[in-house]
Design a protein around this ligand. Structure first.
Ligand SMILES: [Zn+2]
Ligand SMILES: [Zn+2]
Length: 98
């Protein structure tokens, strides 16, 4: 993946990081994973909050702002395709006390 100089401040998308990316810092960038620290380049993709209702792979309904999204990367017809899949709270490993 290409290394670029960050044109604006943002946050690292790697799981377990989420730290600040500073303007002018060397980062690794790809359309699929976003901006990452160089040392985070090999880390798992971070979780995104789920903003739309959806259905988890386990069949449970996930309400908006519940659970998370995971990036699914596939290649179709030689083109890179990314889809966000909804995970319910349980499959996201989040507490289900509510
Ligand atoms: Zn990072
Ligand atoms: Zn689930």
């Amino acid at each position: 993946m290409p290394v670029i100089v960050a044109k604006k401040a943002g946050s690292c998308t790697a799981a377990g990081c989420g730290g600040r990316v500073l303007k002018g810092e060397y980062v690794e960038y790809s359309a699929a994973t976003g901006t990452r620290h160089l040392e985070c380049a090999g880390a798992d993709q971070g979780m995104r909050p789920n903003l739309k209702a959806g259905t988890c792979r386990c069949g449970a309904a996930a309400a908006p702002r519940e659970g998370s999204l995971v990036l699914k990367e596939t290649t179709r017809g030689g083109r890179f395709v990314k889809r966000w899949l909804v995970l319910c709270r349980r499959c996201s490993g989040l507490p289900t006390s509510s």
